[in-house]
Design a protein around this ligand. Structure first.
Ligand SMILES: *[C@@H]1O[C@H](CO)[C@@H](O)[C@H](O)[C@H]1NC(C)=O
Ligand SMILES: *[C@@H]1O[C@H](CO)[C@@H](O)[C@H](O)[C@H]1NC(C)=O
Ligand SMILES: *[C@@H]1O[C@H](CO)[C@@H](O)[C@H](O)[C@H]1NC(C)=O
Length: 241
């Protein structure tokens, strides 16, 4: 019920926001039509310090991945300030996908073939108490989150794309050996637990917590690369629900 109400609201604001964005496109810091190319070992992106993830009682997060070669890889890792455990994360090893929430790790046999784009999403809410991993709109993992788990995602954490990390004494330490080799685009986070079908419908809609925009990312030594073949093109659509 709640999810349906959300989508109705999303749909209402959809065309209005589309118009606004077209009007402001000259100053648009959008990264749509661009990708992160993780081809070297010290290459990663990091959530900008000006983008604060709020405390969330529900969420969805998606990223489009293109793996170049067979390796153990990390799509993203979000950590609570001062914690070593992974608050929210996605990685892969062999033919498995790994998802983390509140420090717990789940593994599911799910191969993402090389040199193809895959849209991988995680969703959770305190209401459903379920973590779902969704690939191209198909549920690959549905896991019950333990009743003693927190009722919200910890706010103001650190997020890296393409690598895992720890923050030790305020210094970002990048984990080696599990970095992603390939390309990523359209990392987005929403403050709603969206259904697989909603995620398919929103495949070219901007996030409302983290967006695919220069405002939200820092990319030390690894600038965005334009790719005219990316499915969503250059025009970003927003939702403000
Ligand atoms: C996801 O969809 C893309 C095309 O839209 C396809 O190339 C890819 O193989 C799909 N991935 C999986 C795991 O089915
Ligand atoms: C989270 O869910 C639990 C179990 O349904 C509920 O008791 C609790 O009040 C919820 N927390 C918040 C902050 O809504
Ligand atoms: C998160 O960061 C914002 C902005 O820097 C700050 O206002 C807020 O108090 C922080 N929240 C927590 C829980 O630390």
């Amino acid at each position: 019920m709640n999810i349906n109400l959300h989508l109705t609201k999303l749909q209402k604001t959809f065309f209005f926001s589309f118009t606004v964005l077209l009007m402001t496109s000259s100053t648009n810091p959008s990264l749509w039509g661009q990708k992160a190319a993780f081809l070297g070992h010290s290459c990663y992106w990091q959530l900008s310090q000006t983008c604060n993830v709020p405390s969330l009682q529900e969420l969805s997060v998606c990223v489009d991945l293109w793996r170049q070669i067979v390796t153990s890889w990390t799509a993203f890792v979000y950590k609570k300030p001062g914690e070593l455990d992974i608050e929210l994360g996605l990685a892969g090893k062999g033919g498995n996908l790994k998802a983390w929430l509140f420090g717990t790790e789940w593994t599911v046999a799910y191969d993402l073939p090389l040199q193809q784009w895959h849209t991988v999403c995680l969703t959770w809410s305190n209401r459903s108490r379920e973590l779902q991993l969704i690939v191209n709109g198909t549920v690959g993992l549905r896991a019950h989150v333990h009743d003693s788990a927190p009722s919200n995602l910890a706010p103001n954490g650190t997020l890296t794309l393409g690598v895992s990390h720890s923050v030790i004494g305020g210094i970002m330490d990048i984990e080696t050996g599990t970095n992603f080799i390939g390309e990523m685009t359209m990392f987005r986070m929403w403050r709603q637990e969206l259904s697989p079908q909603q995620l398919v419908d929103l495949k070219c809609v901007s996030g409302n917590v983290v967006t695919w925009s220069r405002n939200d990312w820092e990319y030390p030594g690894c600038p965005p690369v334009t790719d005219n073949k990316l499915k969503c093109g250059e025009t970003s659509l927003n939702i403000h629900a």
